[in-house]
Design a protein around this ligand. Structure first.
Ligand code: NAD
Length: 373
């Protein structure tokens, strides 16, 4: 039996509700799949502000740094809208990503057959879509200096941000993307604006060099990010893994997410550097959605994005792709059977609450196990 440490930060709003369903899946995995977790649950975001006066207490951060993986629900809500800017709930999440140096953000965009009509694109264009966007998360224009707004003294002001990347920053996220492509269809498309930006030219050169020395078995293509945005709408299935910088990745990953239709279905992972001795990476897994204050506490939240985030943890932190596949398949089947929370409701489907969705999923995972036995 292998044992892993897991920090669970349910956060605010629907965070605790969806994480309660993730706990059911963790419970199933512990009982049936030879994995055991040492779980520590803690506060983040608004809940941490209420208790500690800050959105991420130093003790919480220390626990996360020591863990094999962190699972987060969501942070924020109207209750904390007027707290000082530097202690807003969202800054707890940003601090966590920064302190753990989570430089690679993984955003899968998968179209489930049963939800094909939830997309605004034609079914023929997106049927069977399964792509992965790897976004550089700790560098680029969101962090580059100089930055700021300066007064030019003549009634004009000047806003400045700096797009900056070093070779090692490009190479480390490139490696993550190439490695992931190897586990999939071995195709990687790198996106930048090498035609008009020096940082983009460097990005292309470094990815090309990495490909030549270490990853020539992966089919590499390059695309300008503006063309990439168009290609994602025109023919998204041409892609397998996409790697891009922080700014373009922010936009392209949201565009790709919307191909799939619903916020309540979108998981994500953020990975740090691999430990040279153990190969383990610090990692944070979280649904893409926020705390959804409009439906919080009503049992209406869709827990599948959070559950699929745990499935990513099984795949990328705990080397159990077999279990991740089982969970992903159970999600497909539950949706096919017409079991739906409100956000993905369709005519004739069966409406269920957050916890009923979790129960249906566990029953389905059980069923596939019984069938396989
Ligand atoms: P949101 O994602 O919380 O909600 C947007 C809409 O989608 C709402 O109508 C909500 O009901 C619905 N929705 C979201 N997740 C759902 C789910 N799992 N099931 C069913 N419906 C779901 O975005 P928002 O309204 O812009 O932000 C609300 C709060 O969340 C804000 O405080 C914001 O700062 C915060 N936020 C946090 C994160 C995060 O923790 N990663 C991300 C985005 C927003």
């Amino acid at each position: 039996m292998s044992r892993h440490s897991l920090v669970i930060l349910p956060g605010d709003g629907i965070g605790p509700e969806v994480m309660a369903e993730v706990r059911k899946v963790i419970g199933w995995v512990e009982k049936n799949a030879g994995l055991s977790f040492q779980i520590e649950e803690d506060l983040v975001g608004g809940a941490a502000i209420d208790k500690h006066g800050v959105p991420l207490a130093p003790e919480t951060l220390a626990k996360c740094k020591k863990s094999d993986a962190v699972l987060l629900g969501a942070v924020g809500g109207p209750k904390w809208d007027n707290v000082a800017y530097n202690i807003r709930p969202e800054s707890g999440l940003l601090a966590l990503r920064k302190e753990l140096d989570l430089f690679a953000n993984l955003r899968p965009a998968i179209v489930f057959d049963a939800l094909i009509d939830a997309s605004t694109l034609k079914a023929d264009v997106i049927r069977g879509l399964d792509i992965l966007i790897v976004r550089e998360l700790t560098g680029g224009v969101y962090f580059g200096t100089p930055r700021g707004i300066e007064d030019l003294g003549n009634g004009e002001r000047r806003g400045v941000n700096t797009q900056v990347y070093t070779s090692s920053e490009i190479r480390r996220v490139g490696r993550v993307a190439f490695d992931l492509a190897r586990q999939r269809q071995a195709r990687l498309c790198s996106m930048e604006k090498a035609n008009v930006m020096e940082s983009g030219k460097l990005w292309r050169e470094e990815i090309t060099a990495l490909h030549k020395t270490d990853y020539s078995d992966v089919a590499l293509t390059h695309m300008y990010a503006d063309n990439g945005a168009m290609q994602l709408l025109r023919n998204p299935r041409q892609f397998d893994v996409i790697v891009t910088d922080n700014l373009f990745g922010d936009i392209l990953s949201d565009e790709a997410a919307m191909l799939t239709g619903s916020l309540g279905m979108l998981p994500s992972a953020s990975l740090g550097a691999a430990d040279p001795k153990t190969g383990k990476r610090l990692a944070l897994y979280e649904p893409v959605h926020g705390s959804a204050p409009d439906i919080a506490g009503q049992g209406k939240a869709n827990p599948l994005a959070a559950i699929l985030s745990f499935s990513m943890a099984l795949r990328y932190s705990f080397s159990r792709s077999d279990l991740a596949d089982k969970i992903d398949k159970a999600v497909q089947t539950v949706l096919k059977e017409g079991i739906r929370t409100g956000d993905i409701m369709a005519p004739g489907a069966t409406p269920v609450s957050t916890s009923q969705m979790g129960d249906h999923l566990i029953r389905q995972i059980e069923k596939t196990r019984a069938e396989a036995a």
